[in-house]
Design a binder for this molecule. Structure first.
Ligand code: ADP
Length: 545
């Protein structure tokens, strides 16, 4: 490879590597975007699930409240006017009236008498209207105000009611609602939901001592009690910092959700928190980015295919150019020799006055004729090849006696050569075949000529012609020197010659097999090198009829 080509190859490889790096980075970032999208979606579903779950609990609480509170337990109390509205307080009948156990409701002036007479429907409406948070205040006003006999149904219902506000117990239900939502939206992820009574339990293991970074950069040690007394904002900051740290490391991601229902808890800075641990398998993100993935991979494959083809063609062209150079060198040597020898013979006859000496004249003429013959063969080979290049080249297909043609060719070859050559013909097919006789003759001559040229001292050639399907199969088998494995792929290429240990030891131009292949293919047939090693080579031609 020359330097320019090497430089080009290095450039192309560098460009390919750069493209791979860019693609990999792009895939990485789209993976991250895909994962973040799934996390966002999970968070949205968690919000939905929490709402749904609360509504579910609220429904249960509403039912239980309505079943437990009896009309005779309710009374109305103060009602007062605030601009534009009339505020009425509904309470539960008790011997000792405690402030704060009243439920406020806003009514129309016209409704007042009816409500005072029978407050029960108003309370039921209030129960139906309120969310879980505000239902808890009805429940709290009710519990302890109205008393029921021990072990009565009402008391049992009150017990069930108290459990409705127990979120940790319900975490599993919330999780299953969320799981159902994940399944519906085809998000293939694994979740683990944990509930912490107090926000700081979610990020800290109840330290006895804790280092706190004060505003002026000083680190002070605080005891657990002081730690608990931190403000909600301080705890929130710590929770977010902890989750950010966890989410930055590879592995599961964490989503936190405060449960801000309980006002008392918020006032005491003891907000409960849900922590959702989300494991997103690589494959489920990959599934979401299937379009991006396949297009990117196919683009890469296409790119490499094109690069491969490009290199293949460049190398092929380069090899062809090298072979053409060899051919030119070879041909010019071959052209010079016969011309020089013939010229020498003619000049010899001119200058040395040999025309009267018949024997000498014949010798000179024979030399000249032999050289001219060589020249003619060479010119034929080159012209044949040039002829085949032409697009309008057509075969002259006619039926002829192939067996006879082979027998004639074999007889001529056996007599001509200086080597000891024996050619066997085994013809088991119809004598007459349809093909271009002169080209097929050349094909067979080329193969036999090669077998003799590249044969050992005693050359044995077997030609077998058999029928296969509608066509014929011609096998030419020799016991020659064979073709090394690494060159077998190229022997049908134009100008290709297996490098000879001592240059020009066997004459040739690398055109014969290329000619053979082109002629056979023009007939619609195929030629392959069936086998070639140090014991000889076997060529097989399939010719359709
Ligand atoms: P050439 O003019 O060199 O013979 P060909 O196209 O006929 O050109 O053959 C190409 C190359 O294949 C030859 O250089 C030779 O090395 C190898 N070859 C062809 N036929 C044979 C054979 N029967 N035995 C060994 N080598 C062969």
């Amino acid at each position: 490879m020359n330097r320019k080509l090497k430089f080009l190859a290095v450039l192309v490889v560098a460009a390919a590597i750069a493209i791979i790096i860019i693609q990999v980075n792009w895939l990485k970032s789209s993976y991250k975007i895909g994962k973040d999208k799934m996390l966002l979606e999970t968070e949205r579903l968690l919000d939905e699930a929490m709402l749904e779950h609360k509504e579910l609990v609220a429904k249960k609480v509403r039912g239980l409240l309505k079943r437990t509170i009896r009309p005779q337990d309710i009374e109305t109390a103060v009602h007062y006017q605030i601009p534009g509205r009339l505020q009425v307080e509904l309470g539960f009948r008790t011997k000792r009236r405690v402030r704060g156990s009243w439920i406020e409701t806003t009514v129309m002036r016209t409704e007042l008498t009816a409500i005072q007479n029978n407050p029960y429907p108003r309370l039921v409406a209030e129960i139906d209207m309120r969310d879980l948070n505000r239902l808890e205040s009805i429940y709290s006003a009710f519990v302890g105000t109205v008393t029921f006999p021990p072990n009565s149904t009402e008391e049992k219902q009150l017990d069930s009611l108290s459990k409705c506000f127990d979120l940790p117990r319900d975490t599993e239900i919330l999780k299953s609602i969320l799981q159902q939502k994940l399944d519906q939206s085809n998000l293939d992820i694994h979740i683990q939901l944990t509930y912490f009574e107090r926000i700081y339990d979610a990020y800290s293991k109840r330290p006895t001592k804790k280092s706190v970074d004060t505003n002026n950069g000083q680190i002070i040690e605080v005891t657990l009690d002081e730690f608990r007394k931190r403000t909600l904002t301080a705890h929130l900051d710590s929770l977010h910092a902890e989750m950010k740290r966890r989410n930055a490391t590879p592995g599961p991601s964490y989503i936190t959700k405060l449960n801000m229902d309980n006002v008392n808890a918020i006032i005491r800075d003891q907000v409960p928190v849900f922590v959702l641990k989300v494991n997103i398998p690589i494959m489920s993100v990959a599934k979401q980015m299937i379009v991006a993935l396949t297009s990117s991979i196919s683009l890469l494959l296409l790119l490499f295919f094109c690069l491969g083809q490009l290199f293949y063609f460049i190398l092929k062209q380069k090899k062809l150019a090298d072979m053409k150079d060899d051919f030119m060198a070879n041909v010019s040597h071959e052209l010079k020799t016969p011309v020089a020898t013939t010229l020498a013979a003619i000049q010899g006859m001119q200058y040395f006055d040999v025309l009267n000496d018949t024997e000498k004249t014949n010798k000179y003429l024979a030399t000249a004729a032999k050289e001219m013959q060589r020249l003619s063969v060479l010119i034929d080979a080159i012209l044949n090849n040039a002829f085949l290049e032409k697009a309008e080249f057509e075969l002259n297909l006619t039926p002829f006696n192939f067996r006879e043609m082979l027998q004639g060719m074999i007889a001529a070859q056996q007599n001509h050569t200086k080597k000891k050559v024996s050619i066997q013909l085994n013809y088991i097919a119809k004598d007459s075949i349809s093909a271009d006789p002169s080209h097929l003759y050349n094909v067979m001559l080329n193969l036999v000529d090669n077998a003799i040229k590249y044969g050992k001292e005693e050359t044995k050639i077997d030609i077998r012609v058999t029928a296969r399907g509608n066509g014929v199969v011609i096998v030419v088998d020799d016991n020659g020197i064979g073709i090394p494995d690494k060159y077998q792929l190229y022997i049908f290429d134009q100008f290709f010659r297996v490098p000879q240990p001592n240059d020009h030891s066997i004459k040739g131009y690398g055109l014969g097999l290329n000619y053979v292949k082109r002629i056979i293919e023009k007939h619609g047939g195929t030629i392959i090198l069936l086998k070639s090693d140090t014991t000889g080579s076997t060529f097989e031609i399939q010719l359709p009829q």
